[in-house]
Write a protein that binds this ligand. Structure first.
Ligand SMILES: [Zn+2]
Length: 155
């Protein structure tokens, strides 16, 4: 299957930045630490062009970081960054909607939303009929999330 995402090339690039020499172990050294949207199209480590949705991944062993496109991150590294981007699109279209679980964990981990907001999000993210106050809180959380994306690289 060739659709521009070259796994062999990605593997070589990731291995070059990892301590482990076999793919399965090397893969486990990496963690998704940031997401951003490129202002100008960039090229993924796999050679795919263009990519707009960027994922910053960090190697927990070597400390190296690199950017990979959203598709490769999901397909080859198994991080559900696609769900985080889907959340961003959803709240950008409708600020009254809620981010999903993956996005909540991610943005809480990165310190974008605090522990209280994280809990709040979990308790009512499926609810449609929020009180005016709850809705205002949800919007505030969404604003924080979107602001963190605008700043390219929230690592
Ligand atoms: Zn790629």
């Amino acid at each position: 299957m060739s659709d521009g995402y070259n796994f062999q090339q990605l593997k070589i690039e990731i291995l070059a930045r990892s301590r482990a020499t076999d793919w399965e172990t090397a893969k486990a050294e990496w963690k998704l630490v940031g997401i951003g949207e490129a202002e100008e199209c960039e090229t993924c480590l796999c050679g795919h062009f263009p990519i707009i949705e960027l994922c910053t991944i960090a190697n927990q062993v070597t400390g190296e970081t690199t950017d990979v496109g959203n598709v490769c991150v999901k397909r080859f590294l198994g991080f559900r960054s696609d769900l985080i981007f889907a959340s961003i699109k959803r709240i950008r279209t409708d600020p009254d909607k809620s981010i999903g679980a993956e996005a909540a964990v991610f943005f809480h981990e990165r310190g974008i939303i605090n522990a209280w907001e994280y809990k709040f999000q979990q308790s009512n993210h499926r609810k449609r009929n929020l009180t005016a106050k709850q809705l205002a809180t949800r919007r505030k959380i969404n604003q924080k999330v979107l602001a963190s994306i605008a700043r390219r690289g929230i690592v």
